[in-house]
Design a protein around this ligand. Structure first.
Ligand SMILES: Nc1nc2c(ncn2[C@@H]2O[C@H](COP(=O)(O)OP(=O)(O)OP(=O)(O)O)[C@@H](O)[C@H]2O)c(=O)[nH]1
Ligand SMILES: [Mg+2]
Length: 238
């Protein structure tokens, strides 16, 4: 059941489950304007040494295969099919770079780590590619670490978070597919993850609950990403 559209008029409905405690004061309008400037696929990278010289600030989307990374990029940009998605885990096999708002931000769709419907050697090589990227990319500003709301943290999520911690790369935990679970499960998972992360790393924002299918949390995530974008080259939109 969908509720009426919310007061912000951003297409979300009042029964969306987006919360982002610890990140109050988000500028939703800045996020909307940034993403209204369009997004284009730049290229796919199969090996870390093919990455372009670091220039534009990068925001990466990391997570297990099938967690919804590519779908989230499509929901953020409002372009179904910009990033290729599939029911079959292992769809994204390269590091795909997307130019947002003509050079203001680069969105990075990563292959999934962990389980995928592909030979183990292939999955291992994607995982190495992703972990090398997360460890050593100077232009990387923030990693959205996606966790499936149905499954919670798994071993390789913890491994990825450890790499980010060691490399001092900021991250935001994003729960995906919030439309597939009830509010109680979302509240429990949020509490569980927040407690685990804060025990290890001190003050951190709570996970952001999203649904690419129902647009939950998308306006909030756009606003978070706008914080990292380069200023607009000509004129002003803020
Ligand atoms: N119900 C629901 N399904 C979703 C949502 N986001 C993604 N999916 C579905 O989950 C499946 C995987 O989505 P992808 O975006 O391809 O996942 P991915 O993390 O990019 O997967 P890989 O590229 O294989 O690592 C697809 O069938 C999507 O339609 C969501 O918010 N709600
Ligand atoms: Mg993908």
């Amino acid at each position: 059941m969908q509720g009426p559209e919310n007061a912000a008029g951003d297409g979300r409905t009042t029964d969306d489950k987006a919360t982002i405690a610890g990140l109050e004061g988000l500028d939703l309008e800045a996020g909307r304007l940034l993403f209204a400037q369009g997004c284009e696929f730049v290229r796919g990278i199969a090996k870390a040494d093919q990455l372009p010289a670091p220039a534009t600030p990068e925001i990466a989307f990391a997570g297990r295969s099938n967690v919804g990374k590519s779908s989230l990029i499509n929901a953020l940009t409002g372009r179904n099919g910009l990033a290729r998605t599939s029911n079959t885990p292992g769809r994204t096999q390269e590091i795909n770079l997307f130019d947002l708002a003509v050079g203001r931000l680069c969105l990075v769709d990563l292959p999934g780590y962990g389980y995928a419907k592909a030979p183990k050697a292939k999955v291992d090589s994607w995982t190495d590619l992703v972990f090398d990227y997360l460890r050593g990319r100077p232009s990387l500003q923030l990693v959205c670490v996606l966790i499936d709301s149905r499954h919670g943290f798994k071993k390789n999520d913890r491994e990825a978070l450890e790499i980010l911690g060691d490399a001092a790369v900021p991250f935001l935990v994003v729960l995906t597919k919030g439309d597939l679970v009830g509010p109680q499960r979302l509240a429990e998972l949020t509490e569980e993850i927040t407690t685990e992360l804060r025990r290890q790393r001190g003050a951190l924002p709570e996970p952001l609950v999203t649904s690419s299918r129902k647009q939950g949390g998308i306006a909030e995530l756009r606003a978070v990403l706008a914080f990292y974008a380069l200023p607009k080259a000509t004129g002003s939109d803020r």
